[in-house]
Ligand binder design. Structure first.
Ligand code: SF4
Length: 195
């Protein structure tokens, strides 16, 4: 009867994760790669590089509610050119989007679908309340309209105006990028809303 061969070490199987189990060993190749990357990026850190990359590929969800949506749509045109931020790809699925621009008044009937779309977006995700109606109900101080979208989703940036011009929305987007690059966490991490 032949004896079974002794189990081979993980390294022989091509895995480099042994340091996780044996802490007195040298750093694994993954850790070395991360350290090398940080060294090459010099004064920055990996988190900062990730934040920078996020601001260059923030995809908005295709979601418009009222008159403000027309202004929002125009930011992809050649005149405003949101492609300069890598943001021209408005996604038809919330699962592929990480920015929700609430452009227009939100009726109470629309509140649940809006919240569902927000919940379906993957983290990290951000919300811009565009215009007076999305921010506070605007002129529609009545029983049918939600008096501010921040009651149902955590808002990162409010853009004032009725409607805000596309330039104002661009300003809001630039401010959001600055927040992300500065390391400010998304609003859902520190703002409470109704669930
Ligand atoms: S803020 Fe003005 S433009 Fe925007 S949805 Fe309200 S009424 Fe329309």
């Amino acid at each position: 009867m032949t004896r079974a061969a002794p189990p081979r070490r993980l390294a022989e199987l091509g895995l480099s994760s042994e340091r996780v189990l044996m802490k007195d060993k040298e750093p694994g190749s993954f850790e070395r790669e991360v350290a090398e990357l940080e060294e090459r990026l010099l004064p920055t850190t990996l988190e900062k590089a990730v934040s920078w990359a996020q601001t260059k590929s923030m995809w908005p969800d295709t979601f418009g509610l009222a008159c403000c949506a027309i202004e929002m749509m125009s930011i992809v045109s050649a005149r405003y050119d949101i492609a300069r931020f890598g943001m021209e790809a408005f996604r038809a699925s919330p699962r592929q989007a990480d920015l929700l621009i609430v452009s227009g008044r939100v009726s109470h009937k629309m509140a649940a679908p809006l919240r569902q779309i927000y919940d379906q977006m993957l983290e990290p995700k951000w919300v811009i309340a565009m215009g007076a109606c999305a921010s506070s109900g605007g002129m529609f101080n009545n029983y049918a309209v939600l008096q501010g979208v921040d009651r149902i989703v955590p808002v990162d940036i409010h853009v004032p105006g009725c409607p805000p011009r596309p330039e104002a929305l661009m300003e809001g987007i630039v401010r959001l990028h600055e927040k992300v690059r500065a390391g400010v966490p998304p609003a859902y991490e520190f703002r409470r809303v109704a669930t």
